[in-house]
Design a binder for this molecule. Structure first.
Ligand code: GLN
Length: 446
């Protein structure tokens, strides 16, 4: 890993912090373990992983790609980090992202922008852009990302790798720096579907440290890959192939459906009628939650503390003005407005109601079908700088991924071909806690 990183990372720019010493020491420990008791090996023994920089790692810098946390060294490991350690993986380092996971291109990082390994002039997607780029560029075998509105699936699609957003509650959020707590979910990014199933197997499971963690039996995801797709009923929402979705993308998705048909599955067009409200609902709810979650960065408790203040209020103000980037400030203002008295009912409360309708759309479809399939994004990756001026066109990127987070259901993005020499992602959405069926369908493309 480190050799490959030295070769390519000055171009791709995936890593914010390398854990070279720690990783080498851990690898030596694993060697000793192997020599003394070869039978006692973790599921992912010796595998190099990269971790998005919004998951805390004990003693290893964790910044969320924000200047406000530029000097923050956590005192504990996130549950997923502990679990990866128990699986005997080696933590190679911390991966760049959009600041506090707000963005779709990695251009909102407070430090530098990661590039797409397929074309360095293009964005890798976001906010887990570097988690996808590092896997695509061969810098690590596995990585962890987080997905609030598409941040695992969209970069996986843009970088031609496999990214899974698990069911809300399947993977513990303990130690994940919160953006929008009712939507955030950690998930695996890998080259193959099989690797993805192994990585999810290692991180899923109940955790008493996360009150939203689900207490469910974890199935054998890897075993599920052995089952074929014969007889499976697939729903294709017409809203997911509507105008706005590029012809090249549509063509590849229809070709993928043909492949599944050839394997004995059937598909029909359905409707998710409330999807048109998903984007507005998401930006209201996620910004509201973010405005509350990010109030903890006040210059007293963590990270940056401004030198330019004479009073406590000024200290808060100065620290937050100097430490947060533009997009983060925009979301905090939007969220604070939506939650303020007099506007709460019109915005936040209304958005919660629409969220319920969106969730019901999915439930209705899942009474008759096993999975929902569509593209992950309306277009392949775009040029760096192309959408930075206009937040609304940037937000529109997530139009096909956001409904899934609002409904809490799981979804994967798997590569399904190229358009203009850039990868396209196929999105496979499943029922709550039915990651196994998603993997089964995704595996048909390997
Ligand atoms: N791009 C979306 C946003 O900016 C989604 C981000 C995410 O999933 N973390 O909010």
């Amino acid at each position: 890993s480190f050799k490959r990183i030295a070769e390519v990372d000055d171009k791709v720019k995936s890593f914010l912090t390398l854990n070279e010493e720690g990783a080498r020491a851990h690898a030596r420990e694993l060697d000793e373990k192997l020599a003394s008791n070869a039978a006692d090996r973790g599921l992912l023994f010796g595998m190099p992983v990269g971790i998005k920089d919004n998951m805390v790692t004990k003693g290893l810098r964790t910044t969320c790609a924000s200047k406000i946390l530029a000097n923050f060294d956590p005192v504990y490991d996130a549950t997923v980090v502990q679990k990866l350690h128990a699986a005997d993986t080696v933590n190679i380092g911390k991966l760049n992202m959009d600041e506090f996971a707000m963005g779709s291109s990695n251009e909102n990082s407070g430090f530098f922008a990661t590039k797409n390994p397929w074309d360095l002039a293009c964005v890798p997607g976001g906010s887990s852009g570097a988690s996808a780029a590092a896997v695509a560029a061969g810098e690590v075998l596995f990585s962890l990302g987080s997905d609030t509105g598409g941040s695992i699936r969209q970069p996986a699609a843009f970088c031609g790798v496999v990214g899974m957003k698990p069911t809300y509650g399947l993977v513990s959020r303990f130690g994940l720096v919160a953006f929008a707590s009712s939507l955030d979910q950690i998930g695996p990014i890998t080259r193959s579907v099989e690797d993805n199933a192994y990585l999810l197997q290692s991180i899923a499971g109940h955790d008493s440290m996360d009150s939203t963690s689900a207490n469910v039996e974890i199935p054998d995801y890897v075993a599920a890959l052995g089952n074929d797709v014969k007889g499976l009923k697939i729903a294709v929402p017409k809203e997911y192939l509507a105008e706005g979705v590029e012809a090249g993308v549509k063509e590849k998705v229809l070709a993928a459906l043909k492949v599944l048909e050839g394997l004995g599955a059937t598909w029909e067009e359905v409707s998710l009628p409330h999807s048109k409200y998903a984007l507005a609902t998401y930006y209201l709810l996620s910004s509201s939650e973010a405005s509350a979650n990010l109030s903890r960065f006040d210059g007293v408790r963590y990270g940056l503390r401004s030198d330019n203040s004479e009073s406590l209020i000024e200290l808060y103000k100065q620290t937050r003005s100097e430490g947060f980037g533009e997009e983060v400030k925009r979301r905090i203002m939007l969220g604070t407005f939506a939650l303020s008295s007099g506007y709460y009912d019109a915005y936040y409360k209304k958005a919660q109601k629409v969220r319920t309708l969106i969730k019901q759309d999915f439930e209705d479809v899942f009474t008759k079908y096993d999975v929902i399939i569509g593209p992950t994004t309306p277009s392949p990756s775009f040029k760096c700088g192309e959408k930075t001026k206009d937040p609304l066109t940037m937000y529109a990127n997530d139009i096909l991924t956001i409904p899934v987070n609002l409904a809490g259901v799981p979804a994967i993005s798997v590569p399904c071909g190229l358009s203009d020499n850039l990868p396209i992602g196929l999105q496979i959405i499943g029922k709550h806690f039915d990651e196994s069926t998603i993997y089964r369908v995704a595996h048909a493309f390997e």
